[in-house]
Design a protein around this ligand. Structure first.
Ligand SMILES: Cc1ncc(COP(=O)(O)OP(=O)(O)O)c(N)n1
Ligand code: 3NM
Ligand code: MG
Length: 212
């Protein structure tokens, strides 16, 4: 199954992106989502080539934010698509069944819709306010995740759910009490001066309840 921790890359330039991604991989991150907004096709392709090489070296999963065509061209492991990006069904036709297609959700209804369209996991957010993404949907908070996870359980909907948005080491434990056991994070990892220790701490919390 997929790693429980996904790093969503940050950086205004190819160099900055590569530095942040390499640092995250070196610190033990096993899943990279390349998120490089408002860039030329040339720059995005150049970055994706380098990130693919890095992720192969570190045996990490590699998906691309938004761009299905680039994911196919570069043979990434998949994509992450939001509610205003290419439809899941269209992306699946294009990428096939072996690629990971993640989908964004802000409500229980979004989860049902995206799951019915065949996504492989859900990015459910935002948990808290974050400056990393410009146009945020309504903040869910602890109550929002608790409500949604209770409904998922009641209706026996089984799909990997990654919480996202403003997640920190300080608030992740409260998030886990709602039933969340997978997270996608950006700023917390990018900004950390002790990435290896942070990723170990996050994985300890996320894998703590695994019954072996
Ligand atoms: C794991 C994960 N969840 C949600 C998102 C947000 O995707 P989207 O709504 O398409 O917004 P942008 O990231 O494209 O600004 C994500 N990227 N990853
Ligand atoms: C990319 C993204 N999508 C979100 C959503 O709510 O759909 S929040 C977000 C930003 C996540 O970065 P950070 O961990 O720095 O808050
Ligand atoms: Mg998107």
């Amino acid at each position: 199954m997929y790693p429980k921790l996904q790093y969503i890359s940050q950086g205004k330039t190819i160099e900055e992106q590569l530095y942040n991604i390499h640092q995250a991989l070196d610190a033990g991150c096993e899943w990279i989502q390349m998120r490089f907004k408002n860039q030329t096709e040339k720059n995005t392709f150049a970055l994706a080539e380098s990130v693919k090489f890095l992720c192969e070296e570190y045996l990490a999963h590699f998906i691309i934010n938004d761009d299905v065509y680039l994911a196919q061209q570069i043979a990434a492991d998949g994509v992450h698509l939001g509610l205003t990006d290419m439809k899941i069904t269209e992306a699946r036709t294009f990428l096939g069944t072996t690629k990971i297609i993640g989908a964004t959700a802000n409500t229980f209804e979004d989860i049902v819709f995206q799951t019915q369209n065949g996504c492989d996991y859900i990015g459910l957010g935002p948990f808290q306010f974050t400056e990393t993404k410009e146009k945020l949907s309504p903040i869910l908070g602890i109550e929002g995740y608790a409500y949604i996870f209770n409904k998922l359980k009641a209706e026996d909907i089984q799909i990997p759910i990654y919480a996202i948005g403003g997640i920190t080491l300080e608030n992740i434990e409260s998030l886990i009490t709602t039933g969340v056991h997978r997270v996608a994070v950006s700023g917390m990892i990018t900004k950390s001066s002790q990435k290896e220790k942070l990723i170990q701490q996050l994985n300890e919390k996320l894998y703590a309840n695994i019954i072996v």
